[in-house]
Design a protein. Structure first.
Length: 225
């Protein structure tokens, strides 16, 4: 039995199919644009130097943006300046070892306010490592409109790099609650473990009632703005 040809589309049917394709393409464009035009904050609990699957997933998430060419700004202000270059090379190699297929331009953050501001503007991802939160904020507090500069970028911060974003954070070393720069209306508790119930309660009761992000070491949370 000879198979019958499907009936030819009418002009109205062709227009309908064409419209569906246009809508489909617009949806793809819109969804991709939404992903690009969004600020993503990644808060990590600390110990990024430890090699394990949790940290691997953290580094992969940090560069998980819909671009093949990436400008990645590495900020080491929380650490001692004499070790910045060494740490920069260390983390640069970590990202290269991911074999992500992305072309990454690695940039070491400059302590000059003017240069650092331009570096943030050019970056797709701002990767902020841990150390001393107060030392880190002594650099960042001089940057005008920091939250606006972060807009539509990925801001990935570990330990101190997460604390400065918060309104309040708990420091294990200082054993107290301290103020962050308030980029986000949250409280942070890096290096957390479930035994620190009293400390968590202290953070909860300090200041305003805000969401608390408890980050265990090597674990991370994602916020989108």
């Amino acid at each position: 039995m000879t198979p019958q040809k499907p009936p030819a589309l009418t002009s109205g049917g062709k227009i309908f199919l064409l419209m569906r394709r246009v809508v489909f393409c617009l949806e793809i464009y819109y969804n991709r644009n939404q992903l690009i035009n969004m600020t993503k904050y990644i808060l990590h609990g600390g110990r990024t130097r430890n090699k394990n699957n949790d940290n691997l997933q953290y580094f992969l998430e940090t560069i998980n943006i819909p671009k093949e060419k990436i400008n990645l700004l590495i900020v080491l202000f929380a650490g001692e300046p004499e070790f910045w270059n060494e740490r920069f090379e260390h983390y640069k190699q970590i990202f290269l070892d991911l074999n992500s297929g992305k072309q990454i331009d690695f940039v070491l953050a400059d302590p000059s306010v003017e240069i650092f501001t331009k570096q943030i503007q050019a970056a797709d991802i701002v990767f902020i490592l841990g150390g001393e939160t107060i030392r880190l904020m002594s650099y960042l507090k001089n940057i005008l409109n920091l939250k606006e500069l972060f807009k539509d970028k990925t801001i990935s911060g570990s330990s101190a790099g997460a604390n400065f974003l918060s309104k309040y954070y708990y420091t294990i070393n200082g054993k107290e609650v301290r103020p962050g720069l308030g980029i986000l209306d949250i409280k942070t508790f890096p290096h957390y473990d479930p035994s620190l119930i009293k400390e968590l309660e202290e953070l909860k009761n300090h200041g305003e009632d805000l969401p608390i992000y408890t980050m265990e070491e090597k674990k991370f949370s994602i916020l989108e703005d």
